[in-house]
Design a protein around this ligand. Sequence first.
Ligand SMILES: NC(=O)C1=CN([C@@H]2O[C@H](COP(=O)(O)OP(=O)(O)OC[C@H]3O[C@@H](n4cnc5c(N)ncnc54)[C@H](OP(=O)(O)O)[C@@H]3O)[C@@H](O)[C@H]2O)[C@@H](O)CC1
Ligand SMILES: Nc1ncnc2c1ncn2[C@@H]1O[C@H](COP(=O)(O)OP(=O)(O)OP(=O)(O)O)[C@@H](O)[C@H]1O
Length: 568
Amino acid sequence: MLANTRGFLWSDVETRALLDIWGEQDVQTALDGNFRNSHVYRDVACRLGEMGFERTPEQCRIRVKSLKRQYYQAKEGTKKNGQYHKICKFYDEMERILSNRPHIDPQDMIDSAAIGDETMDGTEEEGEGIDHPLEAHMESTGECSYAEHPVKLEYPSFPIPVTVGNSTAPRQNNIQSTSGLPAGRPKRSKKRYTNLSLDKLMERFLEQSMEAEENFYKYEEQRLRLEERRREAEHSRELHMLQPNHSLASNPLHPLVIERSFSLGGTVQRSMDILPLVRNIIPPLTSKKHKGQDGRIGIIGGCQEYTGAPYFAAITALKVGADLSHVFCTKDAATVIKSYSPELIVHPVLDSPNALEEVDKWLPRLHSVVVGPGLGRDDKLLKNAKDIIEKSKTRDIPIIIDADGLWLIAQQPSIIQGYQKGILTPNFMEFSRLYEAVHHEPLDSRDNQRSVAQLSSALGNLTVVLKGEEDIITDGNKVMVCSQEGSGRRCGGQGDLLSGSLGVLAHWAFMSSADSTKGVSPSLVAAFGACALTRQCNRQAFHKHGRATTTSDMIQEISSAFKTLYES
Ligand SMILES: NC(=O)C1=CN([C@@H]2O[C@H](COP(=O)(O)OP(=O)(O)OC[C@H]3O[C@@H](n4cnc5c(N)ncnc54)[C@H](OP(=O)(O)O)[C@@H]3O)[C@@H](O)[C@H]2O)[C@@H](O)CC1
Ligand SMILES: Nc1ncnc2c1ncn2[C@@H]1O[C@H](COP(=O)(O)OP(=O)(O)OP(=O)(O)O)[C@@H](O)[C@H]1O
C-alpha cells in the first residue's frame, strides 16, 4: 500500500498516478464523445486502488475535471503572461495528454465552470455544483495551494454526524453523509466562495474539518461506551449462568424435578456412588480375546479446518482400551489425521458423493460412533452426518453426539429424539442452543440440573451431559454430578477427549449386565466414567505442565488416570 488516500486532498504522487492512468490512449478513447463515462472512472478508480490509492470513481472524475479546468486556465494565462505553472501544477502532464485531443477553446472550458456546464467536451458525466469551500477553491484557483498547506484529513468510511456552521444553524444541517461531509445542504452558489480569499477559505475548511473530526470521535466514543456496556451485561449474564447450580433440594420452585432427581437414593449422585459402577463395566484384559473385541469405535468428523478434534477423540478411544479406532473424515483432512498417528484407521469419505454407502460398509463392525468432533458446519457434511446417525440407529449401537453434531441436533432434534443409546455431550453454549431449539424458550440458567433434565425428557430420556465446572449427567429421571477435581486449564480439545472415551465406555456399559451397573442406565454410568476420567487427566496433566497443559498432555495421562480411577 503506497498511501492511505481516504483524505479529501490529493497528494502529488496520487495525482500523477491518476494522470498516468487517465492519460492512457485507451482511457482517452473511451472517454471521447461519451457522455456516460462512469464505467471509465470506475475502471480508473479500480486501477488506482491496485496501486494503493483508495479513491471513488466520483473522486477521480472530479479531480480530473478540476485539473482540466486548471490546465485550460493556465493555457489561457500562458498566452497572457506565461504564468501557467502557478495556476496548474500538472501543466506538463496535462499538456502531454490533452494536446493530442481535439481542440477545445480554453476560454470555453473556463467559462463553463461559471455556469456549471460539465459536459462541454463530451468527457464528463452529469454536472455537479460546488458545495464545499475547498472544492470551490480548487475549482476556481487551481490547487498549487495545497502544497503550501499540507493538510491530510482522514475521514472514516462510515457516516459521521457532522454539524455545519454554528449552533444556530437550521437543523437540516445535521444530516449525515456517507462521505463524512455534510449532505443535503442546499447547494451554494460558487460566488459565495469565489469572493472569499484563499486563506479564509482554507480557514473555514479547516474549521469544518476539525468539527467533523470532533463529532466523529464523540460519536465513536459513544458507540464504544454502548458496546462496552453491552459486553459487560453479556458477561455478567454468562457468569450468572455458569454459577454452580443451586441444589435441587434447596430449590422450592421445581418440586417435580426434585422428586425425579432424588429417585437415586434421595440425593444427586456423586463420584463415590458411581465410580464403582464404572469399574464394573471395564472388560478384563485376558489372553482369550481377539483384536476388536474390546471395541471398534468410529469417529464421524474431521474437515479441512478441524483435524485435531477427531484425532483427539479417536486416539483417546484407543488409549482408553478400544482395539480399533476409525475416523471418517473429509478427503483433505484424512492425510493430516493419518500423519498424526499410524494407530488410527482413516477413511477419506465424508465429503464423497456416496459418503453414507462408504461409512455403512464399516458400520456393522463398529461398536459405537462419536459424531461431531471437527465435523464443521458445511451443509453437505451435516447431511451426511445425519444419514450416518439414522443408519447407526438401525444398528442399535451407542451414538455419542458432540460439537458440530450437536449443532445438527439443534437444527433437527428429531434425528436423535427417543433413541435410548444416544448420548449428547454439550458444553454450556451447545446446551443453551439445544435447549432453546427444543423448548422454544430461553434457557433459565438459575437451575441447570433442572434444565438438563428437562432437555433430556423432551428428547425422550436421552442421556445428556452438560459439561462445565461440574458435569451434570442425566437421563431425565436421574441426575448425577461429576465434580472430580480437574484444573483451571481450559484448552480446546478436552471435550474431544471426553467424547472419545465415552465412545468406548458406552460400548462396555451396554455390553455389561444390569447387575454390574446396579440397575443404573448404562449410558449414565459410561458418561460419568468419561467425565471423571477427562477431569482426572486434566488434573494430572496440569500438575506436570501447569499453564502449558494441552489436550495432548492430557492424552498422555489417560493410562495413569484410568488406573487411578478404575483399576486401583
Ligand atoms: N484442535 C482442534 O481441531 C479442535 C477443534 N474443535 C472443533 O471445533 C469446532 C467448533 O467447536 P466449538 O466448540 O469451538 O464451537 P462453537 O459452538 O462455535 O463454540 C464456540 C463458542 O462457544 C462459546 N463457548 C464455548 N464453551 C463455552 C462455555 N463452556 N460456556 C460459555 N460459552 C462457551 C465460545 O464463546 P467465546 O468465549 O469465544 O465468546 C465460542 O464462541 C468443532 O468441530 C470442534 O470439534 C474443538 O474440539 C477444539 C479443538
Ligand atoms: N470449569 C471447569 N472446571 C473443571 N473442569 C471443566 C470445567 N469446564 C469444563 N471442564 C471439563 O472439561 C471437559 C471438556 O469440557 P469443555 O467444556 O471444555 O468441552 P468442549 O467445549 O466441548 O471442548 P472442546 O474444546 O473439545 O470442544 C469436560 O470433562 C469438563 O468436565
